[in-house]
Ligand binder design. Structure first.
Ligand code: GCB
Length: 592
């Protein structure tokens, strides 16, 4: 990797130290999510990894990953690191919660571990990363494998040609906030960093199933299956097995791709009956397994239809955050949260503002919750920047590829609260087109702003969306509540509207008169008025107030907030329910 910086180096120039552009050559090689893991057999590389806090990015600048110990003539070279004697940290986890000195750290951390590998006859080997916040530079046995951008989507690394018996992986993870990131520097949530999701090794034959989709075919024609192999010249047949449907059928593969509609009627998946089927797809020596449900979601006029019948989305927004684990939430935490949502009579959740753990949609599939999933095109993205667009689109593709077989996921959201200007319209409408092209079986939405001057729902992006999501804070950021009924009356949308955010701050157990801000009583009052207003409006087909539980937030410096966004219905540890929780629960029990 030779990189010549902009000015001609002089004889004492040292690449990496005397250039600020040391990242440019690394950025030329991007990693993305190429292998749909589904329910494949994986070997975990989770556990204790060594780490070093590399504030000045010296690993990348000085190429520590080469582990050069001697010069060309055999003389020992000084080193500023010693991987094997570094401190340990658990993977997955957010580094911020590992040690106090890391709580607010924003920069690079070098992770490394050794592992032994023995070939069991496989021809291809991949590393799969569930997520690294925000950017990750991956090295295996001294070789640079590429970098991944985006904190919340998975990525794959083909390590077939670099593995040995004893191996070292190095991952430099950087969570600096940058103008050109997606999201950019300013968000309303905590900037966790680290290797905070699973790291796995996957063994494969030479030709393998890279991707597969199963969905209900349009017009009740049965189910539709697609299979994509890594080899675009492969011809043959794949086999689909769904024992519970007594189905074993062949899928012709032509130039690496197969595509079949099968006339069969599965029991449909719904929040009430979350029926899933074990499926196996086999091609030569490769088999993938998954557990999938079949359902249909459509928008018709101002209605949303699930399996042919109109449905109201009774929901709540949630961040991926926990007091103990930050963004690295575990399956038990997700399950407990989803159960609390169901106890609140929810059939739906908005997973804001970035892709949550892969486990979330799997658990929602099992438990019967509909999901809105989102990419972090949040607030003021650099919409006119092409590279930023490619990054956002890549995050969208990775999310869709990861969760395309999850029946629970019904909506892809392409962003949140972005100002309606020309570059944003072009950026986000391209994302909508992309989502629809990749996945015609789901609805596309975005959380739009309302026109607060004209009191209208009139975002130009709405023309591209299947559902118009709106965030409105009447009774809170806009204290004049009387504007909300007027806004609803003034608007004549031809599509379903979902209120994807509304809410108010309330410190748990803090009581007072209903017009005293930050009390539970005031939050309750906002919810009561919001509910009364939306009951009158037939085109509002869904609600997901902001937010399920209080979450860490560096923008909230009032002592009552104490660096938390306290719009939760639950306290941050999720153990305490504020008054508004019960009002929403009772509303959902009878909203028809
Ligand atoms: C919003 C944002 C959300 C914030 C929320 C708030 O409109 O979409 O990310 O956290 O308001 O609490 O201000």
């Amino acid at each position: 990797m030779i990189y010549v910086p902009y000015d001609v180096p002089s004889e004492n120039f040292q690449e990496g130290i005397h250039t600020d552009d040391y990242l440019a050559p690394y950025r030329e090689k991007k990693l993305t999510y190429t292998l749909t893991t589904g329910g494949r057999t994986k070997e975990s590389l989770n556990g204790m990894w060594q780490f070093g806090i590399d504030q000045y990015d010296t690993c990348l600048r000085a190429k520590w990953f080469e582990e050069t110990t001697h010069d060309a003539d055999g003389r020992p070279l000084p080193r500023d690191y010693d991987f094997d004697s570094w401190e340990m940290m658990s993977v997955p986890s957010c580094w911020n919660l590992h040690a106090e000195r890391l709580f607010l750290y924003e920069g690079s951390i070098v992770y490394t571990r050794r592992f032994r590998y023995e070939n069991h006859g496989e021809k291809r080997v991949f590393l799969q990363f569930g997520g690294a916040a925000y950017a990750a530079y991956v090295f295996v046995n001294g070789k640079y494998m590429g970098m991944h951008e985006g904190a919340s989507t998975p990525f794959s690394v083909d390590v077939t040609d670099v593995l040995a018996t004893d191996n070292r992986i190095i991952v430099v993870v950087n969570n600096e906030r940058k103008r050109t990131n997606v999201p950019c520097e300013n968000t309303d949530w905590f900037n966790y960093g680290g290797l905070y999701r699973d790291v796995d090794l996957v063994r494969l034959p030479e030709t393998f199933i890279e991707d597969f989709t199963l969905s209900l075919a349009p017009d009740e024609a049965g189910i539709h299956v697609t299979v994509t192999l890594n080899d675009t010249t492969a011809n043959g047949t794949a086999t689909l097995d769904i024992e519970e449907l007594r189905l074993r059928t062949q899928i012709p593969i032509d130039n690496g791709r197969g595509d079949l509609t099968i006339n069969i009627t599965p029991i449909l998946w719904s929040p009430d009956i979350p029926r899933l089927y074990d499926i196996f797809i086999e091609y030569e020596n490769d088999t993938v397994y998954d557990r999938v449900g079949f359902r249909e979601i459509r928008s018709i006029g101002t209605e949303i239809h699930l399996n042919g019948a109109p449905i109201l989305l009774k929901g709540i927004c949630a961040h991926e955050d926990s007091v103990e684990n930050g963004k690295s939430v575990n399956e038990n935490e997700i399950r407990a949260l989803f159960q609390t949502a169901k106890d609140m009579n929810c059939n739906y959740m908005r997973l804001a503002h970035y892709p949550h753990s892969e486990h979330a949609a799997r658990i929602a599939d099992e438990m019967g919750l509909l999901l809105w999933e989102e990419i972090p095109v949040y607030w003021a993205i650099e919409f006119a920047n092409d590279e930023v667009y490619r990054n956002a689109e890549n995050q969208l593709c990775e999310l869709i590829k990861r969760d395309q077989n999850r029946a629970s996921v019904i909506i892809w959201s392409v962003g949140n609260e972005n100002v309606d200007n020309d570059s944003r319209l072009s950026f986000m409408s391209r994302l909508v087109t992309k989502a629809k092209a990749l996945d015609p079986t789901r609805l596309v939405s975005a959380a739009c702003l309302v026109n607060s001057e004209k009191l209208l729902i009139d975002d130009r992006l709405a023309a591209y969306l299947d559902i118009i999501g709106i965030n409105e804070y009447y009774g809170w950021y806009e204290p004049d509540f009387s504007k909300l009924p007027r806004l609803f009356e003034n608007s004549q949308p031809s599509k379903p509207v979902v209120i994807c955010e509304t809410g108010a701050d309330a410190r748990a157990r803090h009581r007072g008169p209903k017009d005293e801000l930050l009390t539970e009583d005031n939050q309750l009052y906002v919810y009561e008025r919001q509910i009364a207003a939306l009951r009158q409006i037939p085109y509002v087909k869904g609600l997901s107030p902001w937010i399920f539980f209080d979450f860490r937030c560096p923008r909230r410096l009032h002592p009552i907030q104490d660096y938390y966004n306290i719009k939760g219905l639950l306290s941050a540890d999720k153990s305490y329910k504020k008054l508004a929780y019960y009002v929403l629960r009772d509303f959902y029990a009878e909203w028809r």
